[in-house]
Design a protein around this ligand. Structure first.
Ligand code: NAD
Ligand code: UDP
Ligand code: UDP
Length: 323
């Protein structure tokens, strides 16, 4: 990997001790940059960045982005926010505050520093979509008062703030709409489907299918997604996004369960449970814009990514099972 010491930047990553943030930091450190990781460790863990402990270009700061932050950096990636329904519904008011007050503080910081700022937005801004697959032009179908609204509406408001800071204060913004992503360092107990199925299969427990399992999702492997982040951040001032980043391969939850059982060689059976409220029936990104603007397309097939993720959870299984 080419080192960029001549163009070393100081880069702030909020939510850097989380699943995606820690992978992003690995890439930035690898490129020769200095990274300030800001995280309140609500869903993230220091274990995700432990391997950087002796890296002089890495610094960790425990801080909640709903509070003002005064630091000096050249670029900001704003990822701080719990991402899984179990976690973001645990304290919904705090979730909205993290998205909205967090965005205001990070935008205020970017405004003072006159620096570029990236926002980790989400496919949830499309809600339970009436248009399939979802292009960026689609405005979405979101329930404003349901159990997912703290996250969906929080992220929508954050996008509004990013575009108003862009128009009103000429801030350089980069908004990515991330679709379901998986890989090593996912939280094992956050209830997301990939980690649930893998951990259940490895333990020989029943695989929990919500509803009849016919709902679809599209799963992007973490390394592919992070490549998309870096390419979006490297674009010129004319590119603001929003840009969909995700893998257009679409699978039903039944297909996912069968693939996980096959790859783990597990004897687990399927069990069917109630579908959670407002659970989107289908989701697949239209990534034409990312292809055109970033020359980006995911490269890791589902089976390859799952094999890699299964290996991670296998290594962590004794700890997960409390042994
Ligand atoms: P994660 O929960 O692993 O990481 C989020 C990080 O933010 C955690 O380390 C958490 O401790 C931190 N955090 C939460 N509230 C904070 C606060 N108030 N102040 C400081 N830190 C705070 O989740 P992730 O999957 O890595 O998601 C990262 C970002 O990407 C999130 O903004 C999420 O909404 C977005 N996203 C993720 C996915 C996905 O599939 N993983 C999909 C769409 C969008
Ligand atoms: N802010 C921050 N760090 C900074 C500059 C601003 O955390 O270095 C926060 C500050 O708390 C403020 C928010 O960002 O509430 C928005 O800043 P902005 O300048 O846009 O608004 P104002 O300060 O005028 O309300
Ligand atoms: N899901 C499931 N079993 C599980 C966890 C989730 O069938 O143990 C389903 C869930 O109902 C949803 C899909 O898998 O339809 C993806 O869920 P996840 O929480 O991972 O992501 P999101 O709904 O936010 O896309």
């Amino acid at each position: 990997m080419a080192r960029l010491y001549e163009s070393r930047k100081r880069i702030l990553v909020t939510g850097g001790a989380g699943f995606l943030g820690s992978h992003l930091i690995d890439r930035l450190i690898d490129q020769g940059h200095e990274v300030l990781c800001v995280d309140n460790l609500f869903t993230g863990t220091k274990r995700n960045v432990d391997h950087l402990h002796d890296e002089p270009r890495f610094e960790f700061m425990r801080h909640d982005v709903t509070q003002p932050l005064v630091v000096e950096v050249d670029e900001i990636y704003n990822l701080a926010c719990p991402a899984s329904p179990i976690h973001y519904q645990h304290d919904p008011v705090q979730t909205t505050k993290t998205s909205v007050h967090g965005a205001i503080n990070m935008l205020g910081l970017a405004k003072r520093l006159k620096c570029k700022i990236f926002q980790a937005s989400t496919s949830e801004v499309y809600g339970d979509p009436n248009v399939h697959p979802q292009p960026e032009e689609y405005w979405g179908n979101v329930n404003p008062i349901g159990p997912r609204s703290c996250y969906d509406e929080g992220k929508r408001c954050a996008e509004t703030l990013f575009f108003d800071y862009h128009r009103q204060h000429a801030l350089e913004i980069k908004v990515a709409r991330i679709f379901n992503t998986y890989g090593p360092r996912m939280h094992h107990a956050d209830g997301r489907v990939v980690s649930n199925f893998i951990v259940q299969a490895l333990q020989g427990q029943d695989i929990t299918i919500y509803g009849d399992g016919s709902q679809t999702r599209s799963f992007c492997f973490a390394s592919d997604l992070i490549e998309g982040f870096l390419r979006l951040m490297a674009t010129g001032t004319d590119v603001t996004g929003p840009v969909n980043l995700g893998n257009p391969g679409e699978f039903t939850m039944l297909e996912l369960a069968e693939t996980v059982i096959e790859l783990t060689g597990s004897k687990s059976k399927l069990t069917f449970m109630d579908l959670p409220a407002d659970d989107p029936k289908q989701r697949r990104p239209d990534i034409s814009k990312a292809k055109e603007l970033l020359d980006w397309t995911p490269t890791i097939e589902l089976k390859e990514g799952l094999t890699n993720t299964i290996a991670y959870f296998e290594r962590r299984l004794p700890e997960i099972m409390g042994r």
